[in-house]
Design a protein around this ligand. Structure first.
Ligand code: HEC
Length: 105
């Protein structure tokens, strides 16, 4: 019983750690989408877009979490077009966000 319980606690503790880990394939895919679309605004910080590699711009967004960033990325906000103006599916879009996040960590 005790063993089962501690196993359950252990696996609960591992889930967030695993979901935060981004594998190289995802980052590569994200970089591709970033370079084909997101780069137009996110490399220069045009219209207040959080600039690639700018810790100050990304830290508060990262602190709010991936779900919130994905919400803005899918629906758009201000000058940020929905899906960055692409037809990217959720998986590719998330990969591009993860790529940008990886560049400030
Ligand atoms: C036309 C310019 C433009 C393009 C292209 C663009 N973005 Fe953005 N993006 C913005 C702007 C501007 C903001 C800031 C929005 C705000 O907070 O008002 C932003 C914000 C974001 C954020 C932060 C969301 C948050 O939590 O506030 C993410 C994530 C993001 N963009 C992802 C992407 C991805 C991924 C792509 C490519 C698929 C992309 N963007 C393409 C302009 C752009």
């Amino acid at each position: 019983m005790l063993k089962k319980l501690s196993l359950a606690i252990l696996s609960l503790a591992l889930v967030p750690a695993l979901s935060m880990a981004t594998d190289a394939g995802t980052l590569q895919k994200g970089e591709k989408l970033y370079k084909s679309s997101c780069i137009a605004c996110h490399s220069t910080g045009a219209a207040n877009a959080p600039k690639l590699g700018n810790k100050q711009a990304w830290e508060p967004l990262i602190a709010r979490g991936m779900d919130q960033m994905m919400d803005v990325a899918t629906k758009g906000k201000g000058a940020m077009p929905a899906r960055g103006g692409t037809k990217a599916d959720d998986e590719s879009l998330r990969a591009a966000v993860e790529y940008m996040v990886s560049r400030v960590q």
